[in-house]
Design a protein around this ligand. Structure first.
Ligand code: CA
Length: 224
């Protein structure tokens, strides 16, 4: 079971607090952005299951953020928060690639219902491809545990396959050595973090070094 990550983009601090507290209490992991530019930067540098996007924002409005995301090929579901009665807003929002909208002020239960519906939709589209994944000249079939590169089979150990899967599922996100030890090895941080470096080096040789980027002093990031 993976954490469900939500990017909450809203500049009204009181609303940010109320929404993020509620989402966290429902078990979601919440990241916040207070303006359109930082929202876009966060949305493209990490993967989220859902973006809750206010329309009226400093620096770049929600419509522009949504349009820029879609133009960059980012398909993360977007739930837009629009001002009361602005029907035009909704139409524009949906045209620009938002998946749903909610008019302010809204009931928290209504927000949660929309969030859950969008999550289910995004899970449904995400789950199938996650059984197989392609990047560069590499094809991974997790179900059969088969990896090919340039149509030739690549031998990966069980650990390397788990590591690769964790990388793919968290692509674009900075992963620290401690997190990898914890989630892939399952030993917590009792093993030397050097162990991670050794296995990442082996994995790089097999799938192409360019796909696992070293973030100096911090950890690794998978890029497809
Ligand atoms: Ca606002």
């Amino acid at each position: 079971m993976f954490e469900r990550r939500i990017l909450l983009v809203e500049d009204e601090e009181s609303l940010v607090l109320v929404i993020s507290d509620r989402l966290k209490s429902e078990g979601y992991q919440v990241e916040c952005a207070g303006d359109g530019e930082s929202a876009l930067a966060k949305a493209v540098s990490a993967s989220f299951d859902l973006i809750i996007l206010d329309v009226a924002l400093p620096k770049k409005n929600g419509f522009d953020v949504c349009r820029d995301l879609r133009q960059r090929g980012n398909e993360t579901p977007v739930l837009m928060l629009t001002a009361r009665g602005q029907v035009v807003d909704r139409v524009i929002g949906l045209k620009l690639g938002a998946d749903d909208y909610l008019t302010k002020p809204f009931d928290m239960m209504e927000l949660l219902a929309r969030v859950e519906a969008l999550m289910r939709r995004s899970r449904a589209t995400v789950e199938k491809p996650s059984e197989s994944y392609a990047f560069g000249d590499v094809r991974v079939d997790f179900r059969k545990a088969v990896v090919t590169r340039d149509a030739r089979t690549v031998e990966l150990s069980g650990l390397e396959l788990r590591l690769l899967r964790y990388f793919i599922e968290h692509r674009g996100t900075l992963l620290t050595r401690d997190e990898l030890l914890d989630k892939v090895w399952g030993y917590g941080a009792t093993l030397a973090t050097r162990t991670v470096d050794v296995h990442v080096a082996q994995l790089r040789q097999k799938i192409g070094a360019e796909h696992v980027v070293t973030v100096h002093g911090l950890g690794y990031k998978f890029v497809s």
